[in-house]
Design a protein around this ligand. Sequence first.
Ligand code: ZN
Length: 530
Amino acid sequence: MSRERLYLFDTTLRDGAQTNGVDFTLSDKQAIAHMLDDLGIDYVEAGYPGANPIDSSFFSERRKLRGKLTAFGMTRRPGRSASNDPGLVALLDAQADAICFVAKSWDYHVRVALETTEEENLASIRDSVRAAKAKGREVLLDCEHFFDGYKAKPAYALACAQAAYEEGARWVVLCDTNGGALPHEVERVVAEVCKKIPGDHVGIHAHNDTEQAVANSFAAVRAGARQIQGTLNGLGERCGNANLTSIIPTLKLKSEYSEKFDIGITDEKLHGLRRVSHALDEILNRAPDRHAPYVGESAFATKAGIHASAIVKEPATYEHVAPERVGNRRKLLVSDQSGRSNVLAELDRIGLKVDKNDHRVVRLLDEVKEREAIGYAYEAADASFELLARRMLGSVPKFFDVSYFDVKVEQRGQNGGAEVLTTAVVKVKVGDEMLINAAEGNGPVNALDVALRKDLGKYQKYIEGLQLTDYRVRILNGGTGAVTRVLIESKDETGEHWTTIGVSSNIIDASFQALMDSIVYKLVKSGAPA
Ligand SMILES: [Zn+2]
């Protein structure tokens, strides 16, 4: 059976740029556009030329993409001609393959927001589409508030869409701009639109205000639409846009869609989806959402022992798709709730061969339970668990010893001129060599980290690529008083991330344990000799 082509349109760099707290620089935009293009997205909407200097400069140069680079902007203003509207002229001059216009399709908005007549709005749509076509651009029309408009006055909403289609727009995109539409409504309205405009010219642009943007996108596809607009990681104004990071694997891995449709993303690119999702978080300096479907750290994590023993025997018992397909992995959480099967599976993943009846496995499990009772959380700290396991199985060399450390935080000067300085001194014994390192930092943990990693003698070359990427502190209220739990996330030159943990009544001590684990983990991973 031949499959129909379904197109993906990404608006991370336009709608996604409206997310609270997101500010893309020009080089961020370039990097993300290339990343999306490499993934296999058909349309990359990169911004609104004329609206801000970054977007204008992005579109001032020709950029070669495999897919279609798309510029966003408004249709001509009411009462002006196309050539006499500076906004439209700037948009037509943008170096883009396609232009996506946004236009009102709700009569109420035409009257109140645009303060014009329904006829003038239709004329504006026609003129703008015609002008962009004359410039050789592919044209899309985003029909703003289409679903509300359709509920209020179906004939007019439809007339807006038809005006663009008849004038030669490649796509008419039905937008649920305020995100309030529900899947059954979307399915009904899109089906009605597709009676007038062929579905392979109809797109959906859904927002997530009822947390159904992904469901609404699929409802539209079921009703005949053949283009989905969305963003990476569901970025977007308010509650976000339809999340392409969830839509893509669903289209590829669920037979309901994969048997009917082809998309521009190959199986091989799908393997890189988790990496792409995390790369965007990295650019935004955000921690990835652990619970994100398909790509999150916890998307294929199992905690309870009974599920774990089944999952080891037959992964399909608990997994709706194979995690490897999207570049994720199965994770059996080792925690005080876990049974022996979690621990064995985790040891197997790490590559530690042990017999399942080995008494050391039981000891390791007891150790995990005891430590978790005092505040450790190994399910969040895979590298510390690996070290604990390797130590109990006797395979972690004693690389170095820290015999002393001292951290000093002092205020110098007073009031307006006061400065807070932090210094740390660490004495490390590597083999027969005693090394004394001192460093300044922007806080006690930073100073300690810099001092510890300044000179590790013969091991220095193994930790050169080590970087701390996240530091999290939680104060836990145990029975005997507060304890501090520190989680440190690190990465290295290979791009691998790992998390280590420290627990103590003293925050510096807890941080130091987590730092030490991170360094030792890196040495083990790099195969540093004892
Ligand atoms: Zn939008």
